[in-house]
Ligand binder design. Structure first.
Ligand SMILES: [Zn+2]
Length: 492
């Protein structure tokens, strides 16, 4: 008898890397998977998981959730690692320090933030190492204007300092600053290429949406990959492409075929969410995306925006206030087809774009659990991965179970592993891998969060281990568990 810390007994173990798919025991010791097999083992924690899938915990490369409460909600969707990469933070060091001091339930990490670096160097904004600063200044024209050569070199210096501090890449919210010179985007991509890290872009407007855009959003990303050699990751391709998704996927597919390193992600929802002060939500610009004010729901009050005047007022009073944007009708088969196209694209990863919880009334302590009923978010925060399993991987889903799991764990880990050796131990179920494990019931796994009830946890997620520690046991959060660890890039 060999003794371990914990054993998951009798589950169907799926490892998307090796192709392992067999009923087996999984033994965990000191935070790692120690053994997979059916030999005699003992452990103080011995869980019978017969009838369940045992696989690698989900790795989310697009999450704006950084507090304990929101991360617990993510864990109930099977997420064991979640990174703030598209927005990023600047400076990264205090963000890592704060998370380590407070403790986090799941693994975390940050990219350097081009937008925040620009807010500081061009817009004169004081930074506090959080995305809140971005939201508060989202509508301020000062940071979106042209930059002098001196400002650009200051901006690049800031990003370089963050990369030296272990930032996982560079987040580029260029879609929020449509007037920025495309040459600046290329400079940042060149910096990333030199450092060997990926960039994560919220694309600029597509030419079909804004014919006067300085450069087509999709072409800008693939051009940067071709000209600089950088790994360009195309964030939420679904929500910036909308009904032009086929043209955008064609652009990306051709770039990939030509040898450029362009990767993509998508989330399985028809509505977006961002700060109501975003440039593309100006009343006069809504028709570009076929929207009217009534397609917007202001999260802090749940109010459907009635008129252009009301939209102007909300943008002025609370530019960072979160708003749901109804782009596609999830109940319409034609729109659902549009929604799924970016998810079934070869090698696209599932990523949530999870949003911070918005509270009506008093903001509770982040350790409060169960979640008080006064929180609102986008349902993608609570349900992305279970919904992906339901729509893509179970029943007659277009990808099947193993391929869907690969896009939820292994593929996202691989996006980062060149410069982040720790990611080579994630997204896998094999001896020596980190014991970040999700155990779920394939018959009942499904998302339950809706636009009306946005923080309802997913169903069917039975156990979640992070670094070998039980964070979710029998479908419930273990409130004493804060096993999340920082993930940082290694120095070159
Ligand atoms: Zn975005």
């Amino acid at each position: 008898m060999t003794s371990f810390d914990l054993v998951l007994r009798g589950g169907r173990v799926i490892d998307p890397e090796s192709g392992l798919d067999a009923v087996s025991d999984v033994a965990v010791s000191r935070g790692r998977i120690a053994q997979i097999g059916n030999g005699p083992v003992t452990a103080p924690v011995d869980l019978d998981v017969t009838g369940h899938i045992v696989t690698a915990g989900f790795v989310d490369v697009h999450s704006h959730v950084t507090d304990v409460a929101g991360m617990r909600l993510r864990a109930l969707d099977g997420v064991t690692t979640a990174f703030e990469l598209e927005g990023g933070v600047t400076p990264v060091e205090p963000a890592y320090r704060r998370a380590a001091a407070e403790g986090r339930p799941i693994n975390y990490g940050f990219a350097a933030s081009w937008a925040l670096a620009r807010m500081a160097t061009v817009g004169g904004v004081d930074l506090d190492a959080g995305l809140g600063t971005f939201m508060a200044n989202i509508a301020t024209p000062a940071w979106q204007g042209p930059a002098t050569p001196v400002q650009i070199s200051q901006l690049l210096d800031r990003l370089s300092a963050d990369l030296a501090d272990g930032a996982l890449g560079i987040g580029m919210l260029v879609g929020y600053a449509p007037g920025v010179d495309p040459a600046e985007y290329l400079r940042v991509a060149r910096l990333a290429s030199g450092a060997g890290v990926p960039t994560f872009t919220h694309a600029r407007d597509l030419i079909e949406i804004v014919p006067a855009t300085l450069i087509d959003g999709a072409e800008e990303i693939v051009r940067a990959a071709a000209e600089t050699g950088a790994h360009m990751h195309y964030c939420h391709l679904n929500s910036t492409s909308l009904r032009h998704v086929d043209r955008v996927l064609d652009v990306v597919g051709r770039a990939q075929a030509a040898g450029s390193r362009v990767t993509t992600e998508a989330y399985p929802y028809g509505s977006g969410m961002t700060g109501i002060g975003a440039a593309f939500l100006a009343p006069e610009r809504l028709p570009e995306r076929g929207l009217t004010p009534a397609d917007l729901t202001y999260a802090p009050t749940g109010e459907q925006v009635a008129t252009e005047e009301r939209l102007r007022q909300l943008r002025a009073d609370d530019p960072g206030g979160l708003v749901i944007i109804r782009h596609l009708d999830e109940d319409s088969p034609a729109d659902r087809d549009v929604m799924l196209r970016s998810l079934v694209f070869p090698d696209a990863v599932v990523a949530s774009d999870a949003m911070p919880l918005t509270w009506s009334g008093v903001v509770p302590d982040q350790m409060a659990w169960p979640l008080p009923g006064t929180a609102f978010t986008h349902p993608r925060t609570a349900g992305t991965f279970s919904r992906a399993l339901r729509l893509l991987g179970t029943g007659d889903g277009p990808l099947g179970l193993t391929e869907t799991l690969r896009r939820c764990s292994l593929r996202p880990a691989q996006l980062l592993e060149d410069r982040v050796p720790a990611m080579r131990r994630k997204g896998r179920v094999r001896a020596g891998a980190d014991a970040d494990i999700v155990v779920f019931d394939p018959a009942s796994v499904r998302d339950r969060a809706t636009y009306a009830d946005s923080t309802r946890p997913s169903a069917g997620i039975r156990h979640v281990l992070v670094n070998g520690e039980l964070l979710v046991r029998d479908g419930a959060i273990v409130t004493t568990a804060l096993p999340g660890q920082p993930v940082r890039a290694s120095a070159r």
